[in-house]
Design a protein around this ligand. Sequence first.
Ligand code: NAD
Length: 334
Amino acid sequence: MGLIRTIWPSPFEVDKTAYFETLENALFMKILVATEKPFAKAAVDGIRKIVEDAGYEFALLEKYTDKADLLAAVKDVDGLIIRSDKVTAEVVDAAEKLKIVVRAGAGYDNVDLAACTAKGIVVMNTPGQNSNAVAELVVCMMIYMSRNQLTPEAGKEVSGKRLGIQAYGNVGRIVARYGKGLGMKVAAYDPFVAPAVFEADGVEMVDSLDKLYETSDFLSLHIPATDQTRKSIGYDLLTKMPKGAVLVNTARKEVIDEEGLIKAMEERPDLKYITDIAADSQALMNEKFGKRVFATSKKMGAQTAEANINAGLAAANQIVDFFKTGNRKFQVNK
Ligand code: NAD
C-alpha cells in the first residue's frame, strides 16, 4: 500500500510503460541531505519524515570537512538537498543517478547550473522560506552600526532616516515593511519589479541606482550574485552616498568591488559597512577602518530555527512533489 501511494497518477491514467518506469523509480529513490553547516535537528527530523512517508530512502551527510566525503555520498542518490554547499561539476559527475538538487535557501550561486543542465539535472531553490530571518538581521545590523556596535558612545537613531533597498524581491520587500515600521523613509530600486508592487507597498520606486545611493542613509543590498551584479557595487556608487551613510550587505560578498569599497572608505571617513558575508579583504578592512566595518563570523542571515525548518521542509516537499507529479515550479535552470 505504502508504495502504491507513492505513485501518481494512477496506473489507469497513464500508459503502462510510463507507469512501470515511475514505479521502478519510486522503489529505489534515495534522497541525501548534504550540509557542511547542518540544519537544526527539528528540520532534519522533518525532512526525514517527508522523505520516508513518501516511501523513499533518507540519507544524511553533515559537517563534512573533506570534499571526498561529499563525492562518495552523492554517488547513488537520486535527489540532493543542500544549503551553502558547493555542487561543482566534479560533484555532478560523481552523482551518477542524480535527478534533482534543491538548494534550501534563496541564492543558488553555489550550484554549477551549466553542469547540472548538461546532465539533465533539475535545480531548484526554496524562495521566500528564509526571507524573514534575513530581513530581521538587516534591522539588527542597521541599529548595531547606528549605535556604534553597542559601545557606550552616543549613536544615532534609524527612525526618520532614509532606507534604500537595492533589489525588491522576497527579502527586500520585508526589509521595506520593517523599515517603515521603524519610521524610516523607504525607497527601492529593482528594474524587474512592476511599479504596481511598489505602489501597493507604499514604497517609493527609484529608477536609477545613482539616485538610490545619493538618497540613502542606509543602503541594503538584496541583489543575487550574477554575471551582471558581480563587483557592481564600488567606488562610484559608494561615494555618492550622503554623509554618515551605512552600506548593509546580506546578499553576497561577490557583488562588492572590494578595492572600490576600500578606496571609498579611505576617502570618506564617515562611511560605514556591515556585512553578513565577510569580504576577502576583511582582515585588512578591520585593521584600516576599525568600528566603521563589521562582518558576522559566519553567514547567519538564514540561521534561525524557523528559517531552517521552513527551507528544509520546503526542499523535501519540492523533491517529493517533483518525483511524484513532475512539478518544476521552483526550477532555476530552465
Ligand atoms: P529574490 O530572488 O526573491 O529577489 C531577488 C531580486 O533581485 C528580484 O526581485 C530581482 O528582480 C532582483 N534583481 C536581480 N538582478 C537585479 C539587478 N541587477 N538590479 C536590481 N535588482 C535585481 O531573492 P531574495 O530571497 O530576496 O534574496 C536576495 C539575495 O539575498 C539572494 O540572491 C541571496 O544571494 C541573498 N541571501 C542571503 C542570505 C544570507 O544568509 N545572508 C539568505 C538568503 C538570501
